[in-house]
Design a protein around this ligand. Sequence first.
Ligand code: ATP
Ligand code: MG
Length: 420
Amino acid sequence: MADNLICGLDIGSSKIATVVGVRSEETGELKVIGFNTTVARGIRRGLIVDIKEVSAVVEESIEKAERMAGHKINGAYVSVGGPHISSLNSHGIVAVSNPQGEVTEEDVERVIEAARAISLSSTRKIIEVIPRDYIVDGQPGIKSPVGMSGVRLEVETHVITASSINLKNIERVLDDLGIENKGFVFSGLASAEAVLTGTEKELGVVLVDIGGGKIDLTIYVEGALSYSSSIPIGARHITNDIAVGLRVSLDSAEKIKLFLSKNLSSKKKNPQINLHELQLEENINEVSLKTLVDGIIAPRLEEIFKFVFEEIEKSGFGQQVPSGLVISGGGALTVGMLETGKRVVGLPIRIGIPDKVTGLVDETADPQYASTIGLLLYGLDHDSIDSGSGGFKNFGKVLKDIKLGGILNKIKDFFKQFIN
Ligand SMILES: Nc1ncnc2c1ncn2[C@@H]1O[C@H](COP(=O)(O)OP(=O)(O)OP(=O)(O)O)[C@@H](O)[C@H]1O
Ligand SMILES: [Mg+2]
């Protein structure tokens, strides 16, 4: 795999998607050159329930993406999500090593390490530690403390943890295929990277990724990731409801659901929907719009948004998200999504499309690939430091979690003086 290639492996409940991107040396832009999506097997609500099945699908998806990209994939950033994800905000404090001088990168590293020291059961593992705010000698609101003078350095961090068993299972799948795991990324965080704007994050926003089997939630307040969680309900429940309500198979119900979101514009609302072109095995050619949308889909959407609302309340950040909700994931395109969301949650709402990349955009500019493309953007942020000369690689890894504005660039500048 060439140095400037980045790969993402998005293991979802409905699909496993592989994406290969190349970073332009000049512009830093990311171009997608390989992409594949394959129907998932062996995953339920983000959890691996059948390793063999998952391995087979991952292998297939990776091979197809490799062929398209014309490059071998040796390593990938991998999404993890589901109700086994939890988060907390943790505080770290250290004495600045040279009280006469300035806060150094090493002090920053130590304070983040201190914030990582949370009591954690042996069945859980930290997958992310993101600094939210630094405090130097009691003064908060500092985004980049390096170079400031002070004696006491504190940090507020956001820590995301996941079930170790699930991580181990994913590791096994990757090991068997000879793929290096470049890092586990919470799928909600990946989606946020792909669809949120800087302004939304600054003002306060909730990213809601409605996948097939789960809903990932990430909340940004004052530019910082402040809450992450995952709710065990997804767009597949809507398909189930249609199957039960219309007495059709799950396959037919899925076809009807996708047909609706493609063909039902809010302007032309015929009381009967013509399903003739779907050629359903049950021979249903017509269905009442009212039965389907108001009777079956809307109540489930309402339930989904009640859960989302409760989760926002639980986070304690409900009053700090004026940018409202940004919806991604395949479920985002469900008919009636925006109206119901706005009514139930009472916040502004928009659909998030992952459009921060170039290349194969016809394939990837769809809300269901927000987390997939987000893995590349996450990788772009984190790989930049690894691509320095060999000796600095490990240092790059140590600093992998340090993400607050400008720090990465400062570290790069710091190293450049030795390289040049
Ligand atoms: N155009 C559409 N309209 C309505 N629903 C859609 C549309 N496209 C996809 N979906 C639904 O989105 C779901 C899949 O979403 P997505 O690909 O984001 O899930 P996933 O990432 O595989 O799963 P998860 O994140 O829950 O593990 C399916 O239930 C599918 O029916
Ligand atoms: Mg997903």
